[in-house]
Unconditional design. Structure first.
Length: 434
């Protein structure tokens, strides 16, 4: 093995340091798999003199000049684990246009401007791999891109954020409210000091955009994803879900099918939803991720595992490094994007779903008829009604049949103005059932 594959590592935090350790510990095996040794040419960091314990890398390789490192002629592969939009986009575009292969875990950049990266890769004839950007170590993106390339994927439903899944799982198990469950997640290190990206659904929305782009051969950006977080999910919502034999999960849902005009289109959304406990995703607990894929020929497929953390993410990064290094030695590259379908994005109002609506109502005759009349006016069929309490505690819990989200939302809005409805306690979508 006279050849050598040299890589530039951009970032040496939680994931980057694990990449360095794995490259060192598995050097012999990786060289055998690739067909040549992999050597670190340089590591770009903000603070090169920072103490990094026993990290097996020569301190002389650290630099603050990331762009200069990327431009070096002796670099074959650029690995970006810094995150954010800029300057990561500039570094990766420079690498790809110059013919250097790139591996990234940057879900935010891929969802925000993945098209620019794919165009740069095509222009430079280089590889762009990003398995680590969604669901950590779970081998998911490559099966969507390669293994199922001969099939037609119709729907992808997933739990792709470990923090929110831990919170909702804790609420389901203990009856705690959102605030208490978030505090536990923070104390255990599952939630960041500022958990906004997780609990408001931004992280999951970025991953949903990447999944939809691969599954449906269409460029989907973060702005195309309807997004709702979990901050409004209450202990009462969870109790109501239990009464229905359901639990609540933050789901990313990407679907391909006919829109209101009958033409093929793509719908992508992230929001909390009730799912039956019999659904495969219902048993996914703690901070685990899982993605449920439905395809015409393959049927139903499930991908499950740890979706975050330094070691799992680094494992996915290493897998990509091996793949691009092999291609580099063979003088070939793999098309990183298939966007030939170029399907339109369906607005959220056309997404077909079900609603669970909890109403505080007046305790008098005619209430149910008045409420049912609102549903009828919007052509929304009621599946079940549960009435409980008396006087000030009177309530109705209604679950609908499937209907366009716009019709369901309009129904809820009209209910707010009904004189027999004191308040709408909660509204949640219901997925995974009939």
């Amino acid at each position: 093995m006279g050849k050598l594959v040299r890589l530039a590592l951009l970032g040496c935090g939680t994931v980057g340091s694990e990449v360095v350790r794995l490259l060192h510990e598995q050097a012999a095996d990786l060289a055998a798999r690739v067909g040549a040794p992999i050597e670190i040419a340089g590591v770009a960091v903000r603070r090169p003199n920072r103490a990094r314990g026993d990290l097996p890398v020569d301190p002389a390789l650290f630099t603050t000049d990331a762009l200069g490192l990327v431009k070096r002629d002796d670099v074959d592969v650029v690995v970006e684990v810094v995150g954010g939009i800029e300057p990561a986009r500039t570094w990766l575009v420079e690498a790809l246009r110059s013919g250097k292969s790139a591996v990234t875990a940057n879900k935010a950049l891929l969802a925000e401007d993945g098209g620019t990266l794919h165009d740069a890769a095509a222009e430079g004839g280089a590889d762009l791999f990003y398995e680590a950007s969604v669901a950590g170590a779970i081998p998911l993106l490559r099966p969507l891109r390669d293994s199922l390339h001969g099939d037609s994927i119709t729907r992808v439903t997933g739990i792709v954020n470990g923090t929110t899944n831990f919170i909702l799982s804790a609420m389901d198990a203990t009856g705690a409210g959102f605030t208490e469950a978030l505090e536990e997640a923070t104390a255990l290190g599952y939630a960041e000091a500022d958990p906004t990206a997780d609990v408001e659904g931004f992280d999951a929305a970025a991953k949903a955009a990447i999944l939809a782009s691969l599954a449906f051969h269409t460029r989907v950006g973060a702005d195309d994803v309807h997004r709702e977080g979990i901050t409004e999910v209450s202990a009462a919502d969870m109790a109501s879900a239990k009464a229905m034999g359901c639990t609540i999960k933050l789901l990313c849902i990407a679907e391909r099918g006919p829109g209101a005009d009958g033409a093929e289109s793509v719908s992508v959304r992230v929001h909390p939803a009730m799912i039956p406990r019999s659904h495969p995703l219902a048993s996914v607990g703690d901070a685990f991720n899982a993605v449920f894929v439905e395809a015409v020929a393959a049927g139903q497929l499930m991908f499950y595992g740890r979706g975050a953390g330094g070691a799992p993410t680094a494992s996915a990064v290493l897998g990509d490094i091996v793949a691009v290094a092999r291609n580099r030695l063979a003088g070939v590259h793999t098309a990183s994007e298939s966007a030939y379908a170029d399907l339109p994005i369906r607005p959220m109002g056309e997404a077909v779903t079900r609603y669970h609506i909890s109403l505080d109502v007046a305790d008098r005759a005619g209430v149910l008829a008045a409420v049912a009349g609102v549903f009828a006016r919007h052509d929304v069929s009621i599946a079940t009604v549960r009435q409980s309490g008396r006087d000030a505690d009177a309530s109705l819990v209604i679950v609908t049949h499937r209907a366009p989200d716009a019709a369901l939302a309009a129904t809820v809005e009209e209910l707010r103005g009904l004189d027999v409805v004191r308040s709408i306690a909660s509204v949640l979508r219901v997925e995974g059932g009939q």
